[in-house]
Design a protein around this ligand. Structure first.
Ligand SMILES: Cc1cc2nc3c(=O)[nH]c(=O)nc-3n(C[C@H](O)[C@H](O)[C@H](O)COP(=O)(O)OP(=O)(O)OC[C@H]3O[C@@H](n4cnc5c(N)ncnc54)[C@H](O)[C@@H]3O)c2cc1C
Length: 416
């Protein structure tokens, strides 16, 4: 079924009885050409581009829970292409271009909203760093504008410009940055992959990876064994646990990141705003809730819920930046399990096991990467070659020292 305005009107007039489920609900077959472990944003987009770009449709996505129940439906939805380092720049630039055509591509309203992202700076040194970043973004073909204090005030008059601890000196404005509805992205890719013949199998946890003579041959699941010629591990915060099933120890630690949403308010924040000193970022959802978050909880954990010290820290940062937020009531808070790499950059690569692939290490920034990650992972699995925009996301860079240390936080990215 194709979605369209006409269809909505026709269904509205006929009692909405014609809508079909957005995807099938098949039982697993004994064998597939390719099996993807993980039905999050990255697993679903990989499945879609395997079918769409490479004509590979004998593919199953195995999801232990329900589609979109992981981080893809738990994030603060910021989409941007403002990375600094070669290796990251071209990848996120490619991703943003895919976002810009995503709704037409998937025939699904993912509510991508390019409302602009403003990263605030609070010192001369930070301004210089953002100026360099902005120049790098423009060189890459993306957009960036350096705003002075008055420039920021024109866009965000409600910020506290008088506070002396972290005075606002200006901001880096990325007009094509914005947000999207996170779980709609999972649903859109799921529906589009299903329409091309991919089988999406929910409530199917992978419990083992079968390897014979150094080749992957299939997986063990809670719904029986499934043979496969190629298997991809795309499970975000569970990457280390699933890779351990193949005898691998990954350079990844799992940490909690929390998000918060207030009650619905009238439109007040037009942009995405990021506080350069407090690790605080905020936008307003189309339902009116202020959506915001901060830093990691600073200890490794697999619990998808956060702890109170970080709640306090995030609220303090919000109050420092925009005291008016103190009047809003927090409605909901939750946590997601982040797959943190030592350099803060991801991995899209083959593994030492023939036919076993890894897409992981998205840290707390993998939502914006969903389209390009799927595109590049599908390319790798179909052709055996790294896609040009993802060629630096190698697993062996931690052994060879070719790190992609985007934030300059050294080898303790997860503790910064
Ligand atoms: C609070 C928060 C805020 C964030 N904010 C942003 C942001 O603003 N912008 C941004 O770009 N990124 C953001 N992120 C990061 C982003 O959400 C993640 O990097 C990204 O979603 C991870 O990829 P995924 O969607 O494939 O993960 P997931 O949705 O977690 O998918 C992995 C799937 O694998 C499944 N799985 C795990 N183990 C198994 C198994 N053994 N068998 C079968 N299935 C299994 C899980 O159930 C899960 O559904 C944020 C994350 C959080 C938690």
């Amino acid at each position: 079924m194709r979605y369209s305005g006409l269809r909505v009107i026709a269904e509205g007039l006929s009692g909405n009885r014609g809508w079909k489920p957005a995807w099938r609900n098949p039982d697993p077959k004994p064998a597939y050409d390719l099996v993807i472990i993980g039905g999050g944003g990255h697993g679903l987009s990989t499945a879609y581009y395997l079918a769409k770009n490479h004509g590979l449709t004998n593919v199953a996505v195995l999801e232990k829970g329900y589609l979109g129940g992981g981080n893809v439906g738990r994030n603060t939805t910021i989409v941007r292409a403002n990375y600094f380092l070669p290796g990251n720049q071209e990848f996120y630039s490619h991703s943003l271009k895919l976002w810009e055509g995503l709704e037409a591509e998937l025939n699904y309203n993912v509510m991508h909203s390019q409302r602009g992202l403003i990263n605030l700076f609070h010192s001369d040194g930070q301004r210089d760093a953002f100026a360099r970043r902005g120049n790098a973004m423009v060189n890459q073909g993306d957009d960036a504008e350096l705003l002075d204090r008055e420039g920021v005030r024109r866009h965000l008059p409600w910020l506290d410009f008088e506070q002396s601890r972290f005075p606002i000196h200006g901001g880096l404005f990325h007009r094509r940055g914005g947000t999207a509805r996170h779980d709609a992205v999972a649903w859109g890719y799921a529906r589009a992959a299903d329409r091309r013949g991919v089988e999406l199998i929910q409530n199917c946890e992978v419990t083992g990876i079968d390897i014979e003579g150094g080749h992957v041959t299939g997986v063990q699941t809670t719904r029986g064994s499934i043979r496969a010629k190629k298997v991809a591990i795309i499970v975000a915060g569970r990457s280390s646990q699933v890779a351990a099933m193949a005898g691998m120890r990954l350079p990844i630690e799992s940490h909690i990141l929390q998000a918060f949403v207030t009650e619905g308010l009238k439109p007040v924040i037009d942009h995405v705003v990021s506080f350069g000193m407090g690790h605080f970022y905020i936008s307003q959802s189309d339902k009116g809730g202020l959506v915001f978050g901060g830093d990691l909880d600073f200890y490794a954990s697999y619990a998808a819920r956060g702890n109170l010290p970080m709640v306090e820290h995030v609220m303090e940062a919000g109050m420092t930046l925009m005291p008016m937020i103190g009047k809003a009531k927090v409605l909901r808070a939750w946590g997601g399990i982040m797959d943190m790499t030592p350099d803060g950059s991801p991995i899209i690569d083959k593994t030492p096991v023939e036919g076993l692939y890894l897409d992981a290490g998205w840290n707390y920034g993998g939502f914006k990467a969903v389209p390009a990650s799927g595109w590049c992972m599908a390319h790798l699995m179909a052709t055996g070659e790294a896609h040009p925009v993802a060629r630096r996301f190698r697993l062996d860079r931690f052994a060879t020292g070719h790190l992609l240390d985007e934030e300059g936080t050294g080898s303790q990215h997860n503790l910064h």
